[in-house]
Write a protein that binds this ligand. Structure first.
Ligand code: NAD
Length: 382
C-alpha cells in the first residue's frame, strides 16, 4: 500500500489551506503513516557543556536520546556540580574541566564542540578560548554584550577554522518555522504590522516566581548581563519580527518603562518598548519586562493575520491564523537544535547563515540601537 505522508496527502488532495491548519485537522490514521525513521548509528558530535546552570540542565536533559550529538564533557567552576554531572551523565574525568584549566581541552580529541551557557558577558571569552582549542562552538543568546565582542568572536572562529553557532532553539521549532513561512511566503499577503511581547516572571507550572528575578541573579548585574529583559527575552521578539518579515530593520525608536522595583532594577531596565521600521514599510512593536507576564506574537498582513500566545517561552505554543488553528506537536527543542547543527558539522558543511555568529551580531546591533534610542529619545538609523 502506498505510504501517505502529510506532504503527499496535501499534494494528492490539493488542499488549499496552510500547513498549520492541516497540522491540527489531519486525520490520526495519516499521522501514523509518517515516513519511517531510519535510525542513525554513525559518528556523533561530542559536546562539552560550559556552565552548568538552569539552561544547561535543560539542554542536557533534552539532548538525551539525540542521534547526532553526545554529552561528552563539562566545564564548571563548581566542584560539587562536576561530581553530580559525572554520575548523572556518565562523563569521564578526562572530559571534566574548570574555568582555569579549560584551555587544556585543545589536547582532548574526544571533544568536538563546546556549548557556552554562561552569563552573557562571559560568552566572548569562552567562545574565543574554544576556537583557539580548535573546537566548534555554540554560544547562548545574546551572543555577547556589544558589537565589538561579537566581531572578535567571529574572527577567532574564522581564524581557527571552526564554526560558530547561536543557541537559537526556535529556529528549529515547527510553529516558528510555520510563522516564518506564513510571513516570508506572504501567505496572507505582505505583513504590515508585528507585535511581539515577551517575559515571564511567574512560573505557572512550578507555581512560584521565576528565579531570574531574584536579587542575586546575574541578569540584574549589568556587567554580567549587558542589560535587562531586552538582552534576555527581547532578543526573541526582535528575532521573530526579523524572520516573519525576512527583512532587517532600518530604524528604531524606544522607551524605557517604569521602574517599580528600584532595588532590583538599579542597573538594568525593568521594562522597555521599541518600534522597528523595515524596508517594506512594515512596523514591529516590541515590549519586554521583568514586571509582568507576557508571551505573545501577532502579525497582521494584507489579507489576514496569525498569532501565537504563548509563543516565545519553552512551549507548547498556542496559535491561530485567520483561517484556523495553528498548533504543532511539541518537540524537544534543544535536542532538535543540537541534532541539526551536528548533522551539518558531521557532513563537513557550512552552518546555515540564520544560526551563525553573523546572525547573533545582527541582533546585538539592533539591541544596541534600541538602548541608544531609549537613552537619547531619538530615532536611530541602522
Ligand atoms: P544560570 O544563572 O542558571 O547559570 C549560569 C551558570 O554560569 C551557572 O552554572 C553559574 O555557576 C555559572 N557562572 C560562572 N561564572 C558566573 C558568574 N560570575 N556569575 C554568575 N554565574 C556564573 O543562567 P542560565 O539561565 O542558565 O543562563 C545562561 C545563559 O543561557 C545566558 O546567556 C542566557 O541568556 C542563556 N539562556 C538561554 C535560553 C534559551 O532558551 N536559549 C534560556 C535560558 C538561558
Amino acid at each position: 500500500m502506498e505510504k501517505i505522508s502529510r506532504r503527499s496527502f496535501v499534494n494528492k488532495f490539493g488542499i488549499g489551506v496552510s500547513a498549520s491548519v492541516i497540522a491540527t485537522s489531519i486525520p490520526s490514521f495519516l499521522s501514523a503513516a509518517e515516513p519511517e525513521h531510519i535510525p542513525y548509528n554513525g559518528k556523533k558530535i561530542n559536546l562539552a557543556l560550559c556552565g552548568l546552570g538552569i539552561y544547561a540542565n535543560i539542554v542536557a536533559e533534552s539532548m538525551q536520546g539525540s542521534e547526532y550529538c553526545n554529552l561528552a564533557g563539562i566545564v564548571t567552576g563548581t566542584p560539587s556540580k562536576a561530581i553530580k554531572w559525572k554520575e548523572k551523565y556518565n562523563i569521564p574525568d578526562k572530559n571534566i574541566y574548570n574555568y582555569e584549566n579549560f584551555d587544556e581541552i585543545i589536547k582532548n580529541k574526544d571533544i568536538d564542540m563546546v556549548y557556552v551557557i554562561l552569563p552573557n558577558s562571559m560568552h566572548k571569552d569562552f567562545v574565543i578560548r574554544s576556537a583557539k582549542a580548535g573546537k566548534h562552538v555554540i554560544t547562548e543568546k545574546p551572543m555577547a554584550i556589544d558589537v565589538k565582542e561579537c566581531e572578535e568572536m567571529i574572527k577567532a572562529c574564522n581564524d581557527n577554522k571552526v564554526q560558530l553557532a547561536l543557541g537559537y532553539r526556535l529556529h528549529y521549532e515547527p510553529t516558528h518555522l510555520e510563522i516564518k513561512r506564513l510571513g516570508q511566503e506572504k501567505v496572507f499577503g505582505q505583513v504590515r504590522y508585528i507585535e511581539s511581547l515577551g517575559y515571564k516572571t511567574y512560573d505557572t507550572i512550578a507555581k512560584k516566581p521565576v528565579d531570574i528575578n531574584s536579587p542575586a541573579n546575574w541578569r540584574l548585574n549589568k556587567k554580567l548581563s549587558g542589560g535587562g529583559p531586552l538582552m534576555d527575552l527581547g532578543i526573541y521578539c526582535i528575532q521573530v519580527s526579523r524572520y516573519i518579515l525576512g527583512e532587517e530593520p532600518i530604524s528604531v525608536t524606544a522607551q524605557f518603562g517604569t521602574i517599580n522595583d528600584k532595588n532590583r532594577f538599579s542597573e538594568t531596565e525593568e521594562s522597555i518598548s521599541w518600534q522597528m521600521v523595515f524596508p517594506s514599510g512594515a512596523m514591529a512593536n516590541g515590549n519586554t519586562s521583568c514586571g509582568y507576564n507576557i508571551d505573545r506574537t501577532y502579525a497582521s498582513a494584507d489579507y489576514g493575520s496569525f498569532e501565537l500566545s504563548p509563543g516565545l517561552s519553552y512551549g507548547p505554543y498556542e496559535g491561530k491564523t485567520s483561517k484556523g488553528p495553528l498548533k504543532f506537536p511539541p518537540i524537544k527543542q534543544q535536542q532538535k537544535q543540537l541534532d541539526e547543527i551536528s548533522k551539518v558539522l558531521l557532513a563537513n558543511k557550512k552552518l546555515p547563515d540564520h544560526i551563525t555568529g553573523e546572525e547573533g551580531l545582527k541582533d546585538i546591533k539592533i539591541i544596541n540601537a534600541i538602548y541608544k534610542a531609549a537613552e537619547t529619545g531619538k530615532k536611530i538609523i541602522l
